[in-house]
Design a protein around this ligand. Structure first.
Ligand SMILES: [Zn+2]
Ligand SMILES: [Zn+2]
Length: 256
């Protein structure tokens, strides 16, 4: 499986640094895991938007779904009407998106996107890939996701304070993509729905994740400092997610 980082900035984009999104490709199937602000442009460097098989949004915060709006318009006005794109998201997500659209556009939302509500404990399949979701500790409904394909497993934390679901999702995975929004001494701030560097590293260590990719670092903080803090508590391979980075799971070579 080829994982491409479309964006990794926490909360708001930086120059050349879109917010959160990943493209997973296996055997011609294209799964988009979140599409934050700036991600669609990077996605289109890889594939055409009509080639997306499914989009997963783990919670309804704009830095994780903002570019669903331009994707919606691209699909809505495409002459071939490639509608009914599979969109796995928290229940009511499409209605929430519709609130800022005019009446006409709102009517097309459920035609362009075939939305499926996330339910913890249910297994979702996108071709050969299996996805399961675990509730997070965040101000809105959200889920960590565990993904498995042929010869690989990975997990993505979504946004969350430490909670049992994070560790369950990441248990023994080949790759844990985990938010590390804040430096180690921002414990109070992190308690409102995020992880510090140390909490991210400790979660990955307890879960037995083999490899750790740090994402969603608040743009104001030094990423390298956060990486060093994580290394204090996580002994496995750890790296910072960067736009355009490619990681191969289940065979193949990484490109960074
Ligand atoms: Zn976020
Ligand atoms: Zn969030």
């Amino acid at each position: 499986m080829r994982l491409t980082v479309l964006g990794a900035s926490g909360t708001y984009p930086r120059p050349g640094g879109a917010t959160n999104g990943f493209l997973l490709q296996e055997r011609g199937i294209n799964l988009v895991l979140k599409l934050g602000n700036g991600c669609l442009s990077n996605l289109l460097e890889e594939i055409d938007f009509t080639g997306i098989d499914a989009v997963v949004v783990t919670h309804m915060h704009i830095d994780h779904f903002g570019d669903l709006y331009p994707l919606f318009y691209a699909l809505r006005f495409d002459p071939d009407e490639p509608w009914g794109m599979r969109l796995i998201m928290p229940g009511g997500g499409l209605e929430l998106m519709g609130r800022i659209l005019g009446e006409d556009s709102r009517a097309y939302l459920p035609l362009v996107f075939a939305s499926e509500p996330i339910a913890a404990g249910r297994v979702y399949r996108v071709a050969e890939m299996e996805l399961s979701f675990y509730p997070t500790d965040h101000p809105v409904e959200g889920y960590s996701v565990r993904l498995a394909g042929e010869g690989w497993t990975m997990a993505y934390s979504s946004d969350s304070s430490p909670c049992p679901g994070l560790e369950e999702a990441a248990s023994g995975v080949d790759l844990f993509v985990c938010e590390a929004t804040l430096p180690a001494d921002y414990v109070e701030e992190a308690s409102h729905g995020h992880l510090t560097s140390l909490q991210a590293g400790e979660t990955a260590a307890r879960a037995g994740a083999r490899r750790l990719l740090l994402t969603h670092i608040w743009p104001a903080f030094d990423k390298q400092d956060i990486l060093e803090e994580v290394r204090e508590v996580f002994g496995g391979e750890v790296a910072l997610a960067r736009e355009g980075m490619v990681i191969q799971l289940g065979g193949g070579e990484d490109q960074t």
